[in-house]
Design a protein around this ligand. Structure first.
Ligand SMILES: C[S@@+](CC[C@H](N)C(=O)[O-])C[C@H]1O[C@@H](n2cnc3c(N)ncnc32)[C@H](O)[C@@H]1O
Length: 274
């Protein structure tokens, strides 16, 4: 369908994509997420997500022709670059977008079932860091990711793209959302991990941290690694709720790693062996 008006209500879900806070609200209200780039669109479809519409520049139409043929009832919106840019607020240099049904949230119990290594993200509000952590989790043997209430949305467009679509393959759930009476359950819900037989370790530089290459760490059958935000790191309340603290020893003069870099190092070192 050729677009002639940037205010066409049929493509409202593609509007103002650079406003992350607005999108987080709107996408949840509309029950959608946006997949960006042909590769990520294909990965979302392969993971079983249902498209509502596609939105792309003329020159990318051929590259997804097989996808459109496989979804004959789903509208494909296209138009000149400048009109598409007026809708989205930025140049669509990655080609394709697709609005897809947001899946029902998974429960913590569901994603923990059978998991041996779990990453727990506390207040990781940066979409790039969150996406990069998911990519490392998928690549390095982490079976599930739990995200605290203040962490970014794994299904936000940028998280999905940076994760290279691995947010579709690594099981994840929100943990510690406020209950019906507004009582926050974070970090108290870490107790659920312990009850499920996990050792809960904060990845953080602290006085009493165990070095990451301590052989005893590899002996834990079920291990949950809690990662903190850039700046504050893992909060004192959460550190107190963990069984131990693990540090990646740093060279003199360097305070810490970026959280996504730290996750990759730790996931590799603590991967299940045997
Ligand atoms: C940039 S750090 C937070 C700042 C840090 N608390 C500081 O004192 O500068 C973000 C997160 O990355 C992880 N991290 C970074 N470097 C680390 C290290 N050397 N050892 C363990 N965790 C680390 C931790 O989970 C931390 O909460």
């Amino acid at each position: 369908m050729e677009l002639t008006d940037p205010a066409d209500p049929r493509v409202e879900v593609y509007s103002r994509l650079t406003d992350a806070a607005l999108r987080r609200r709107q996408d949840t209200e509309h029950g959608i997420f946006l997949a960006e780039s042909s590769q990520v669109v294909r990965r979302a479809l392969a993971a079983g997500h249902a498209p509502r519409s596609f939105f792309l520049a003329h020159r990318y139409l051929d590259s997804l022709a097989d996808v459109f043929a496989a979804h004959p009832g789903v509208p494909v919106f296209t138009g000149p670059d400048d009109l598409l840019q007026q809708v989205t607020g930025f140049h669509l240099h990655r080609g394709a977008l697709a609005a897809m049904d947001r899946p029902a949230p998974r429960s913590v119990d569901e994603v923990l079932a059978g998991a041996r290594r779990v990453a727990v993200l506390e207040n990781v509000s940066d979409h790039t860091n969150l996406g990069a952590i998911f990519r490392s989790a998928a690549a390095l043997g982490v079976d599930a990711v739990l995200v605290s209430p203040e962490s970014a949305d794994p299904l936000y467009r940028r998280s999905i793209r940076v994760s290279m679509g691995t947010v579709f393959s690594v099981p994840w759930a929100r943990v510690g959302e406020a209950d019906g009476r507004g009582r926050a359950a974070w970090p108290g819900e870490l107790e659920r991990l312990r009850a499920a037989g996990f050792t809960v370790a904060a990845l953080e530089l602290a006085q009493d941290s165990v070095p990451l290459d301590d052989p005893a760490l590899r002996g834990h059958e079920r291990l949950a690694l809690v990662l903190g935000a850039e700046g504050p790191g893992v909060t004192p309340e959460t550190l107190a709720a963990c069984d131990l603290t693990v540090a990646i020893p740093m060279a003199a003069g360097v305070d810490s790693l970026n959280v996504a870099a730290a996750s990759a190092v730790a996931f590799w070192e603590l991967r299940p062996r045997g």
